[in-house]
Write a protein that binds this ligand. Structure first.
Ligand code: GDP
Length: 297
């Protein structure tokens, strides 16, 4: 992820450190190049503008120009700006309820990686956190999606709610809640139905389920390869559904990283995880500092 940006930025910083003493003009020029690099990485324009304005304010101070290694100071300013853009310092991870079961509601477009991510989270919760997890698919229109979750559940040895034909999504959600309570599950993961495009009915259904289930976490799964479309999708969902966080999938194939860099600023929501491959183990906790460090190489 971010390979393009890393390459561009390292070029900018190399040129800058080659200069030794820096004037305001050098810093201005470097920040102009950083701006182009961010835009080429497909970061949303308002996010880029804000980033550059803040970086400029910090970088053109006397302290930077007079410092022993001004170029390093500029790198530090860009690093700090990236950390902020990505949502601060702390890795958030999942929040769980004090009184189980914790409910995790998964929303997103069809094909975004929602069902795979549900299984990845279930695996992490069982293996790492030793939680007893139940998963349920609410996708009544696509029996294949329900079967996919059941198959993944078997593969990772996590229970899935038995499929009952003909039930509505609301009925299934109620049945899942009851099963989770009665059978002492720590976590219930509800996988809502997706559609291939933003669709009012899909979002209304997810919102209705959220009202019934009162989730501890409502996560939007978005495909980072779709760039600014992923950001628009997240924004649209968040207007209908009280999301608590984001999961960006296909980070493994995303050389630009524009969605990841814009998401936090545009939606105000934390990125909690990155999907890093098709395998059920391929899920990374999102950590702004680590990611910013990786961008700067
Ligand atoms: P859903 O329709 O949103 O439930 O999407 P699926 O979970 O069925 O995923 C669609 C496809 O994307 C599947 O082939 C997954 O294996 C693949 N996929 C999901 N997450 C990732 C990821 O992080 N990286 C890669 N490379 N593929 C992923």
């Amino acid at each position: 992820m971010f390979e393009g940006l890393t390459e561009r930025l390292s070029g900018v910083f190399d040129r800058l450190s080659g200069r030794g003493v820096l004037g305001e003009k050098d810093i201005d020029e470097a920040l102009r190049e950083v701006r182009v690099a961010l835009l080429e990485a497909d970061v949303a324009l308002p996010v880029v503008k804000d980033f550059i304005a803040k970086a400029k304010e910090s970088a053109t101070g006397e302290a930077v120009i007079r410092s022993i290694r001004p170029a390093d100071q500029v790198v530090k300013i860009v690093y700090d700006g990236l950390v902020e853009m990505l949502g601060g310092e702390e890795a958030e991870g999942l929040k769980l309820a004090l009184n189980p079961p914790s409910i995790i509601l998964m929303a997103g477009l069809q094909g975004s990686g929602k069902t795979t991510t549900a299984a990845k989270l279930a695996l992490r919760l069982t293996r790492t956190d030793r939680k007893k997890v139940l998963m349920a698919s609410l996708d009544t229109r696509r029996p294949a999606a329900m079967e996919q979750l059941a198959t993944l559940g078997k593969q990772i040895e996590v229970d899935t709610l038995p499929i009952v034909a003909g039930q509505s999504a609301v009925d299934i959600a109620r049945r899942a809640l009851q099963a989770a309570k009665l059978s002492g599950y720590d976590v219930l993961i509800l996988d809502t139905a997706g559609r291939t495009t933003l669709d009012e009915q899909m979002m209304a259904e997810a919102a209705q389920i959220a009202q019934i289930a009162v989730p501890t976490e409502t996560l939007l799964v978005a495909d980072s390869l779709t760039g600014q479309d992923a950001v628009r999708t997240a924004k649209a969902f968040h207007e209908r559904l009280p999301l608590t966080g984001l999961v960006l999938t296909r980070a493994d194939g995303d050389g630009r990283g524009g969605a990841a860099l814009s998401m936090r600023a545009v939606t105000g929501l934390p990125i909690k995880f990155l999907g890093a491959g098709e395998k059920v183990e391929a899920l990374d906790v999102f950590d702004a500092r680590r990611v910013a460090g990786r961008i700067l190489g």
